[in-house]
Design a protein. Structure first.
Ligand SMILES: Cc1cc2nc3c(=O)[nH]c(=O)nc-3n(C[C@H](O)[C@H](O)[C@H](O)COP(=O)(O)OP(=O)(O)OC[C@H]3O[C@@H](n4cnc5c(N)ncnc54)[C@H](O)[C@@H]3O)c2cc1C
Length: 332
């Protein structure tokens, strides 16, 4: 395995901010990954996927490890289900396409989310009423402090809304993910926008659902090649009863819904919109005019400018509505 030094991370993050990694490597197997964490016990470590959910504000004084293991294999199947293991460096949307092309149902609503398979459990990616945790049955990883191989069942992954044990602890380098998918598909309404897009199709097929998701996403989201961004910048806030009451007294039309855990949630995009930030630009950073949850980079290579703008949005929303928005994007 080649160990590189002072590697520019700008091509490795979709915000395209500049930073150097002191050490950089791309292990091609779990064994190589183990070797590398054992070889540098005292260095800070960052596991990097395709960089669609993170950006850099300064050089990384440690080792950036970008898993490079590939492969998709069927572990077991019967008439109803198939269990498939996909390696960490597989492109997420290629994997979704592979499943749809083979008639395996369960992750079609997650079409076109940019990133790697290895990152999908980290923030339990979700879209159009589906989350990765709905299909994941296991995750294989290298334990970063010891270099040992570990396996997690779905329950052990501690999944939550854009959350998991992998995100909370940053102690594991995921090497592969095991999914359980259904061999038959019956479309069920999960999300109103998607349902509308499928209007007129009496019994949509898997491919039609995937195409509909792709059409909506292409219409709604900025092209990160033209306008660098990391998708939804903030998480939808979970509110205490007091925060919910204050919000509704300020904004009676705020969308508030109760989660399965009996908490209250509202829309970060709605709050940003009402704070007057939709389409607003400050220097080289701004909120995308077509979607208030997305911060876009108009041309800076300095991640601090993105953070300054993020803090301005957070401050304004907090001042007006008493709610602190938490970033979904990881900032290094
Ligand atoms: C235009 C756009 C649209 C998006 N839409 C959505 C959406 O609809 N839903 C959604 O949930 N997300 C969305 N995202 C966010 C992003 O696509 C996902 O978070 C994706 O999973 C990131 O994958 P990645 O490989 O780029 O991860 P990275 O950005 O490289 O890493 C993200 C985090 O995961 C960790 N990580 C990465 N790989 C591993 C690994 N193998 N082992 C352990 N930790 C690892 C990193 O350390 C980091 O903390 C969007 C992003 C963009 C740019």
């Amino acid at each position: 395995m080649i160990i590189k030094h002072n590697v520019q991370l700008q091509p490795h993050n979709s915000f395209r901010t500049k930073a150097l990694a002191k050490i950089f490597c791309e292990p091609q197997s779990a064994e190589e990954l183990s070797e590398i964490v054992n070889a540098f016990p005292n260095e800070r470590k960052l596991i990097l996927g395709k960089g669609f959910n993170l950006f850099f504000t300064k050089d990384f004084d440690g080792i950036v490890i970008k898993p490079a293991m590939h492969g998709i294999r069927i572990l077991r199947e019967n008439d109803r289900f198939v269990e498939i293991e996909a390696a960490a460096a597989e492109d997420w949307d290629h994997f979704v396409k592979y499943c749809v092309d083979n008639g395996y149902a369960g992750i079609e609503n997650l079409s076109l989310i940019p990133g790697s398979v290895g990152a999908c459990p980290v923030q339990n990616i979700g879209a159009y009423g589906t989350e990765a945790m709905d299909a994941i049955v296991g995750v294989k990883a290298v334990d970063i402090p010891t270099g040992g191989c570990v396996a997690f069942s779905r329950e052990e992954c501690g999944f939550g809304y854009r959350d998991s044990i992998f995100k909370r602890t940053a102690l594991y380098a995921i090497t592969s993910v095991v999914f359980r998918l259904e061999k038959s598909f019956q479309y069920r309404e999960k999300y109103i926008d998607l349902h509308r897009e499928l209007e007129g199709i009496p019994s949509p097929t898997l491919a039609q659902v995937r195409d509909a998701v792709i059409r909506i996403r292409n219409r709604k989201l900025p092209d990160y090649n033209l306008l660098p961004n990391a998708g939804s910048f903030f998480k939808n806030p979970v509110l205490t009863e007091e925060e919910k009451d204050r919000l509704l007294s300020e904004l009676p039309d705020a969308p508030v819904y109760t989660t399965n855990e009996g908490q209250f949630k509202t829309s970060a995009a709605f709050l940003i919109d009402r704070a007057g930030y939709k389409g607003k630009r400050r220097g080289m950073a701004g909120v995308y005019a077509g979607h208030s949850l997305i911060i876009v980079n108009y041309g800076t290579e300095n991640g601090r400018e993105i953070v300054d703008f993020m803090q301005e949005v957070q401050h304004e929303v907090r001042q007006r509505f008493g709610i602190m928005l938490a970033p979904e994007v990881r900032i290094y």
